[in-house]
Design a protein around this ligand. Structure first.
Ligand code: PNS
Length: 215
């Protein structure tokens, strides 16, 4: 007679290790992490980190800080929409917003870890300070650092905003959707002001007929 295990319907010697572990050591732990940040705007560097984080954590929540003291380029709602579109292909990644301490939010959503990206040594000092402060506030929470792909090691939201504002190309630095939104944001008056500086034209010379029509 063939002996099979009721839970797995296979012979005990054929049972996969994961199931053996769960039977002998209780339920397998699911690890949830949060990836907090400003994401103003989200970049391909953020996306790279989300993809990496999604592979090692069972659940990853991209958590946008709602900071009333900052004057962001994109509203929280816009950033949420962009991040939701960017992460739509990842089953275990969700997007949320929070206010106040990151550790309090992590506890609220029962996350065990905070994911942060480190691009270069220059990031390390501040990130270490933040991780240690978070550990002081909430010793049970771990901060996990991951490195984005080298091609994004110089990339930051601040630089993307600046390059876009000054009319430079941000192609391949942000997803197409974000690029489009950034172009929409960059108001025509800023472009005029910048054009005047580059060409050395006076404000009146800079306002050509064709430009006036576009306003
Ligand atoms: O994308 P950013 O701007 O580098 O993200 C910084 C962020 C949001 C992770 C950090 O400012 C933060 O955690 N703010 C929430 C307030 C808080 O918990 N402060 C204490 C951190 S030690």
């Amino acid at each position: 007679m063939r002996h099979t295990h009721p839970a797995t319907d296979c012979h005990p010697r054929q049972r996969p290790h994961t199931i053996l572990l769960s039977l002998h050591e209780g339920p397998v732990k699911r690890i949830k992490a949060i990836y907090p940040g400003s994401f103003d705007p989200p970049t391909n560097g953020h996306l790279d980190l989300i993809e990496r984080g999604g592979k090692i954590f069972d659940e990853l929540v991209v958590a946008i800080l709602r900071n009333p003291e900052k004057d962001p380029l994109f509203s929280v709602a816009d950033r949420r929409k962009m991040l939701e579109a960017m992460t739509a292909g990842f089953d275990n990644v969700s997007v949320d917003t929070f206010e106040g301490l990151t550790v309090d939010y992590a506890l609220k959503v029962q996350a065990k870890a905070i994911l942060r990206g480190i691009r270069a040594i220059s990031d390390y000092e501040f990130e270490l300070q933040m991780a240690l402060m978070n550990r002081k506030l909430q010793p049970g929470l771990e901060t996990v650092f991951m490195m984005p792909a080298e091609k994004y090691s110089y990339l930051s939201s601040r630089l993307v905003r600046e390059v876009a504002r000054l009319g430079g190309s941000i192609e391949r630095l942000v997803p197409e959707l974000v690029e489009q939104k950034l172009h929409e944001k960059m108001d025509v008056a800023h472009k005029f002001a910048n054009g005047e500086q580059i060409t050395g034209k006076t404000p009146s010379e800079g306002k050509s007929k064709s430009r006036k029509k576009k306003v």
